[in-house]
Design a binder for this molecule. Structure first.
Ligand SMILES: [Zn+2]
Length: 186
């Protein structure tokens, strides 16, 4: 059996922050290390972005944003995801992918720095790329996954996104701003 072919998906940063003072007030972040509290429910917001290049962007604090066009594309291809309104004009959504892949942190050599007793997370998770994957047995070349781990420091942590080979071809055709790297799976 040949191994599945997968790609990590790169998205340009869009010069914006997703989290607001309201998130701080609502206890979204650990007050000691700044990490996002697991299971925090985001409320709809308007981050006040006037211009947005392309259909995908990532914020400084690690959140993926998409336009209505990208949202429709994902729905059309039956990607499992949900969104929260992030901006009104242009209309932007925070993207949350519901399919998760297990990131092989041992093979990748990821470092976990400063364990925080308060929230039981590491303040920093460093070394996401080039990454190694362990895919679910039902791996599908038409799926879009996020990593189980979030990478970065404090509140500026984000997931790695990975696409199956077939979906990658479609994404590449539709959205020129995305870039992909081939991942070798053992
Ligand atoms: Zn903490």
């Amino acid at each position: 059996m040949t191994n599945p072919i997968a790609y990590t998906m790169g998205v340009h940063d869009c010069d914006a922050y997703f989290y607001t003072e309201k998130d701080d007030a609502n206890g979204a972040f650990c007050t000691r290390c700044g990490s996002l509290i697991e299971g925090y429910e985001f409320s709809p917001r308007n981050i006040g972005k006037r211009q947005f290049r392309g259909d995908w962007g990532t914020t400084y604090d690690g959140q993926y944003l998409i336009t209505d066009h990208a949202r429709k594309f994902l729905s059309k291809h039956k990607i499992k995801f949900h969104v929260v309104q992030a901006n009104l004009k242009p209309k932007l959504y925070a993207l949350f992918l519901d399919e998760v892949f297990k990131f092989d942190y041992k093979a990748t050599g990821t470092r976990f720095v400063d364990y925080c007793e308060a929230c039981r997370q590491y303040k920093s998770v460093v070394g996401a790329l080039p990454c190694e994957f362990t895919f679910p047995p039902s791996f599908d070349p038409m799926k879009l996954y996020r990593s189980d781990l979030r990478f970065g420091t404090g509140r500026e942590k984000g997931y790695v996104i990975a696409a199956g080979a077939h979906l990658k071809t479609l994404l590449e055709k539709e959205f020129q701003e995305l870039y992909f790297e081939h991942v070798i799976i053992d």
